[in-house]
Design a protein around this ligand. Structure first.
Ligand SMILES: [Zn+2]
Length: 380
């Protein structure tokens, strides 16, 4: 059992960009590392430098041809039309950028290492992970490698058979679902914005009995998320009695995110992080989406504080505030006049509201399905 929660990070994320016009031009993990250090939350003994996964380790989920194409794309800084067509590298969403192999291979290496570190239990955070759209033979939705899948295979390899995967990114986890559909020892729960790319994860799609998919309408508020957490996510995970819980904690479901249309505060995410902690002996928390440099940095730093049980002050000390004040969001209107609380606080004000019937109806539908499935298992 790990004596303390571990944070997996790397300097490769600092200054790395998918390109000037891409949503992933903004700093994310480096902000979390810097602000956590400024807060005194990241002593050396809690920090693990992420290894870079070797191609052979990536072959656990990805095809050798695809991994080789990704390495070749990094070396040449361009791809052929054939590679673009087959592997979707060098597209607008999945561009060739200077670290196009090393960066995702480092995030994947961290997630694979997490499975090993958790062999005897504990809590690990890899905020660079959570690239849940990656497919075996192609890049997809800004994701070149699927580190959540690799993490789950690594957890399996190190003794955790039953795994609950919870995904609260605004987008549906199509790559993870493709990997584990029909696996009786995996429960995947995804809460995502309906009709948003990739438009998979419909309510009735159960991935061969392995998934509870909850598409939610635009404007999802904190009260609704708390209801979903308490009525669906926590009881389903507890019932499943997993050996490990993996949480994909994408930061794009908050109001400030430019790519989605949900209306959560970062406290909604932190409450999910807390509620899942302790439901299994192994707990791995990953990042994911998140495209506003302030909201993602504040949210993910708060995730780490939550895992540590550290108190988040109402007003940040000057060194941490200076880090947030120095961030830039070039080419986006949200970068022009950031509100003062994006610099001076980590915690958003709660965004409560009415719980819409669409949501209670869908949760009731999923509850019925998982309870019926549980009864079948008990009778068998
Ligand atoms: Zn997302």
């Amino acid at each position: 059992m790990l004596p303390r929660p571990l944070f997996i990070g790397h300097e490769i994320y600092r200054g790395s960009s998918y390109g000037r016009a891409h949503p992933l031009r903004v700093p994310r993990v480096s902000t979390v590392m810097d602000v956590s250090r400024a807060m005194g939350w990241l002593p050396q003994e809690a920090f693990v430098t992420s290894p870079r996964a070797k191609p052979a380790a990536l072959h656990a989920f990805h095809t050798p041809e695809y991994v080789a194409a990704l390495q070749a794309a990094e070396a040449a800084q361009e791809v052929s039309a054939d590679v673009r067509a087959r592997h979707h590298i060098g597209t607008v969403s999945n561009p060739v950028f200077p670290e196009v192999f090393r960066r995702p291979a480092t995030a994947a290496g961290g997630s694979i290492l997490a499975g090993e570190l958790l062999a005897r239990g504990g809590v690990v955070y890899n905020p660079a992970g959570g690239t849940h759209h990656g497919m075996p033979d192609r890049a997809n939705g800004f994701c070149y490698l699927n580190d959540p899948v690799l993490a789950m295979l690594s957890l399996r390899h190190h003794g955790a058979q039953r795994i609950a995967y919870v995904d609260i990114d605004a987008h549906h986890c199509d790559g993870v679902e493709a990997a584990f559909a029909g696996d009786p020892d995996v429960l995947m729960i995804s809460v995502h914005e309906e009709n948003l790319w990739p438009k998979t994860g419909l309510l009735q799609d159960d991935a061969g009995g392995s998934a509870l998919n909850l598409p939610v309408p635009r404007g999802l508020n904190d009260s609704e998320m708390a209801y979903i957490r308490d009525a669906l996510v926590v009881p389903a995970v507890a019932d499943f009695a997993p050996d490990a819980v993996v949480l994909q904690c994408g930061a794009d479901a908050v109001t400030e995110d430019p790519l989605a249309h949900l209306d959560l505060s970062n406290t909604a995410h932190w409450a999910v992080v807390s509620a899942l902690n302790g439901l299994a002996p192994r707990y791995l928390v990953l990042g994911g989406g998140g495209y506003n440099p302030w909201s993602v940095g504040r949210l993910w730093t708060g995730v780490w504080a939550t895992l540590l049980g550290a108190e988040i002050p109402d007003h940040l000390p000057p060194e941490a505030e200076a880090l947030l004040r120095a961030l830039e969001f070039k080419g986006h209107r949200l970068g022009r006049n950031p509100p003062e609380h994006w610099f001076s606080t980590l915690r958003d004000a709660p965004r409560n509201g009415p719980i819409r019937q669409d949501i209670t109806d869908r949760v009731a539908h999923l509850r019925q399905r998982w309870q019926a499935a549980g009864q079948r298992v008990q009778r068998a």
